[in-house]
Design a protein. Structure first.
Length: 365
């Protein structure tokens, strides 16, 4: 067993390691409360041995103090550089990936300063109301694993800011590679007609509509929430050449001569749910992430039906998971698509599968 003095010293050391200020006084207070004596009387009986129950109570009280401290962000110095550094440190201590980027995004949003220009205001003081808002955002990300995009209701995509909210998948930068390839193809087609399946926030269809102003785009989704947000983004971006329709894949689509059908469908195998990060699993819609049949369900469904909705020489483009390219290529080839290729993203991972519908009379024998 340990004496009061030994436990007191260990408690102080525990608090010191966690950079808790006034550690000696706090340790004395905790021990006194656990033993139900006045703090000034601790040293009168410092050789007394502490029971296991009393130790457990002291541990619990110390842990509670540390947890509370973790929830607080020191703002003694209000200049931007100091606050930003503390924000980054706070996120890192809570195991948040890309802590620096997320902290910079939060500060940029609250202070209404371009993220790349924050360094020009490092010595500026931050107002109390701005500090409070920053603190709330940092704590939501750190403690609730709340995605920063949902918190700020925005995500950058292809050089534009789009509105995002819970209930729709957060657009990923990987998808820009898919959109860039689609735009490259569509620029060579006169007045192209495009169908975006599973439009979500609408970023794919809207970006294509804006970058290819001579195009006409339809975005479809089965989710009312997705259609509400995609329509909001259409208005924000002032995209006049796109409309959104509620449809389960092709169910409510009458037009059958699209020059391109494009989709970033749910493709994560359901068995991989245990591998997902907390921010994704806790907050993003399950149905927008996961698919049955090893994540391949929608590739089969869309590929099989799309061939009846694509004009001759038209294209089908998919975003795929990191190990799905070869399988999706095979699916498309077996259904009858030609010139099927896998394209890599910037990290060298097969991210896009595309193919063409070519009529039988055009196929060389």
């Amino acid at each position: 067993m340990s004496s009061i003095l030994e436990i007191l010293d260990r408690s102080k050391s525990y608090l010191d390691k966690r950079e808790i200020e006034k550690s000696r006084i706090i340790a004395e207070t905790v021990v006194a409360e656990a033993l139900q004596i006045d703090r000034i009387m601790i040293y009168a009986g410092f050789e007394r041995e502490i029971t296991e129950d009393e130790k457990a109570l002291i541990r619990s009280k110390l842990a509670s103090i540390v947890d509370k401290s973790d929830d607080e962000i020191d703002i003694a110095n209000n200049n931007l550089k100091n606050l930003l550094d503390k924000g980054i440190d706070y996120l890192e201590k809570n195991n948040i990936e890309e802590a620096k980027l997320i902290a910079e995004i939060i500060f940029s949003h609250v202070l209404k300063v371009d993220r790349m220009m924050l360094f020009t205001r490092h010595i500026d003081d931050v107002k109390d109301e701005e500090i409070n808002k920053i603190r709330i955002y940092l704590q939501k990300v750190a403690k609730e694993k709340f995605p920063i995009q949902y918190l700020l209701n925005e995500q950058d995509f292809y050089g534009r800011k789009f509105y995002v909210d819970k209930g729709v998948l957060i657009p990923r930068q990987d998808t820009e590679v898919l959109v860039e390839k689609a735009i490259e193809i569509l620029k060579k087609i006169e007045n192209p007609k495009v169908l975006d399946i599973g439009t979500g926030t609408g970023v794919i269809g809207i970006t294509i509509a804006l970058e290819c102003s001579n195009s006409k785009v339809i975005g479809v989704d089965i989710s009312d929430k997705a259609l509400e947000i995609s329509e909001r983004n259409r208005e924000i971006q002032k995209a006049e050449n796109i409309k959104f329709i509620k449809s389960n894949l092709f169910q409510n689509i009458e037009y059958k001569k699209f020059d391109m059908i494009i989709s970033n469908p749910p493709y994560i195998p359901e068995k991989e749910v245990i591998l997902m990060s907390d921010d994704t699993l806790l907050h993003e819609p399950f149905e927008a992430l996961f698919a049955s049949n090893e994540g391949l369900y929608f590739y089969y469904e869309i590929s099989e039906k799309a061939i009846d909705y694509i004009a001759n020489d038209g294209y089908l483009l998919f975003e795929v998971g990191h190990n799905q390219g070869i399988i999706v290529k095979r699916i498309m080839e077996e259904i009858g698509y030609k010139n099927v290729n896998i394209l890599n993203d910037l990290t060298g991972i097969g991210r896009i599968v595309l193919g063409q519908k070519i009529s039988a009379e055009k196929v060389e024998i």
